[in-house]
Design a protein around this ligand. Structure first.
Ligand code: NAP
Length: 345
């Protein structure tokens, strides 16, 4: 099949972000470079996409280290990867035509040439395109599966979620409320985020973890203890949750962002022995194991968004040249909801 656009109308070059050095501790802009590279025209079975929005996510920090993990490290001096949505400019595949919108994993660049089998159709008629990177995308499925399947959530549970104003956390708390939680408590890093949690997302209580010991603030917010802890942060938060757990409590360990840039081992949790007497279940999760829930998640959450029962925010940074600043800003908490880099201007 020949590509469905004339080669003369396609871009010759595009900009892409490369990792140029492995960060020690906090990454800095000097660890990255925005470079101009030739754009490959699509061959048989391939598509050429102009990216409109790409995602910057906490897990990408792990891919900057040269260590064995569930995903390989980003190679140096090559384009970084990550979720992106864009429009097909040319297609050598029967699956897509020029003008179609797709979700794929070749983010951090203006143009991506990829195998059509690695792209999924998305429709701006269903939701604004950035939602497929957040509330209806990978972070959303993480929240849905991590709460309902991994933590075995039951109506009547009291749920505590850390990182609660972020992409995953804000959806966890709202799904818990919609599914009949007795009480939902969130922690976040600013007074404004705490306000959003209680006034916009319907959390029963929320606190700023920077304002005092997490254990004390959690005990005050959950005087009768917690049944489920959805951990996005680790360290002092996990220790506080273990202290506040009722018997047979269940923790989903989704992320430990407080440790991603650490150069020393964490000081907490120091109270793991409580797991025994309280018969706690502490389970790690990876969203990639929960693809079987994708359809159910998508249908249920998109209905809640349409009805206004589930709200979401995005923090949008414009321009590919600001991609690294958006990533570093997300690690520092500059986002409320999903952090998105938009190239659509
Ligand atoms: N296991 C999986 O499959 C999976 C999939 C997706 C995401 N995750 C994990 O889920 C977590 C949330 O991801 P996300 O995409 O939704 O990101 P996000 O919450 O939208 O953004 C990251 C947030 O982390 C908070 N943060 C940064 N440093 C912190 C610290 N030292 N202590 C407490 N909070 C801190 C910041 O908010 P504050 O202003 O509140 O500090 C920041 O906004 C991350 O740990 C991520 O690795 C795991």
């Amino acid at each position: 099949m020949t590509p469905s656009a004339s080669p003369g109308s396609l871009p010759a070059t595009g900009r892409e972000w490369h990792l140029t050095a492995r960060p020690q501790g906090w990454p800095t802009p000097a660890d990255f470079a925005l470079r101009e590279a030739p754009v490959a025209h699509p061959g048989e079975g391939q598509i050429l996409v102009r990216n409109l929005h790409f995602s910057v996510d906490p897990y990408m920090r792990g891919r900057m280290n040269d260590v064995k993990s569930y995903v390989p490290p980003f190679p140096l001096d090559e384009p970084m990867e990550g979720g992106a949505v864009g429009v097909v400019l040319a297609s050598g595949s029967e699956k897509f035509a020029a003008g179609d919108h797709v979700l794929h994993n070749s983010g951090w660049r203006e143009y991506a040439t990829l195998d059509a089998r690695h792209a999924t159709a998305v429709s701006p008629g269903i939701a604004p395109l950035p939602a497929f990177l957040g509330v209806l995308g990978m972070p959303g499925l993480t929240a849905y599966s991590g709460l309902l399947e991994v933590a075995s959530f039951k109506p009547g549970d009291t749920v505590f979620v850390s990182g609660a104003a972020g992409a995953v956390g804000s959806e966890v708390g709202q799904i818990a409320k919609l599914k009949g939680a007795a009480r939902v408590i969130g922690s976040a890093g600013s007074a404004e985020k705490v306000r959003v949690l209680t006034e916009e997302y319907g959390f029963d209580a929320a606190f700023n973890y920077k304002e005092g010991p997490v254990a004390e603030q959690l005990k005050a917010a959950a005087p009768d203890g917690i049944d489920v802890y959805f951990d996005n942060v680790g360290g002092e938060h996990l220790e506080a949750a273990i202290s506040s757990f009722n018997v047979h409590g269940r923790a989903t360990i989704c992320g430990m962002i407080s440790q991603y840039n650490a150069t020393e081992p964490p000081a907490a949790p120091r109270n793991l022995a409580l797991v025994i007497g309280k018969r706690l279940r502490i389970q790690g999760m990876l969203v990639m194991d929960h693809a079987d829930l994708k359809q159910q998640f998508f249908e249920e959450v998109s209905a809640w968004i349409r009805s206004g029962e589930l709200k979401y925010r995005e923090t949008v940074v414009n321009g590919i040249e600001n991609g690294v600043d958006a990533f570093l800003g997300m690690l520092k908490g500059e986002n409320t909801g999903k952090m998105i880099v938009s190239l659509d201007a």
